[in-house]
Design a protein. Structure first.
Length: 134
């Protein structure tokens, strides 16, 4: 199980770079050069961030992307949601059928508690907090 995939990791790196260059329109080419990320991958990430409302796009000559939210309102949990879907540790599947003990399973309740704790922590991590080192 990967909690953070490569897509989410690259998105965080791109957003931190953009946050450090406030009010500047950043092109995909600049991110590729500065962060050593693959070009097609970078473009795909930027497009998903734009579609998710994290970035605003500027078209035309000198175009690129700029943050669509303040850094304090860009949460890691939002990025995980955009690139990976909901935070879920397990789905209680056995042979592609839901477990019959799903509602009474003690292990499932423990894992759900862990899931809630992880989600709460991820909700507290923002691009701003990462830039401040915390």
């Amino acid at each position: 199980m990967k909690l953070i995939t490569r897509d989410t990791d690259y998105a965080v790196r791109a957003l931190c770079y953009m946050a450090q260059n406030k009010e500047k329109i950043i092109s995909a080419a600049e991110l590729v050069s500065a962060l050593k990320m693959p070009r097609p991958f970078t473009r795909k990430i930027l497009q998903k961030l734009h579609k998710g409302g994290i970035l605003r796009a500027q078209k035309g000559k000198g175009g690129g992307f700029i943050l669509g939210r303040t850094t304090g309102k860009i949460r890691i949990v939002d990025l995980i949601s955009i690139f990976q879907g909901a935070v879920e540790l397990q789905s209680c599947l056995f042979k592609k059928k839901l477990c019959a003990d799903r509602n009474t399973c003690v292990l499932r309740h423990k894992i759900k508690n862990l899931e809630r704790m992880i989600l709460k922590e991820l909700e507290s991590i923002t691009i701003e907090s990462l830039l401040k080192g915390g």
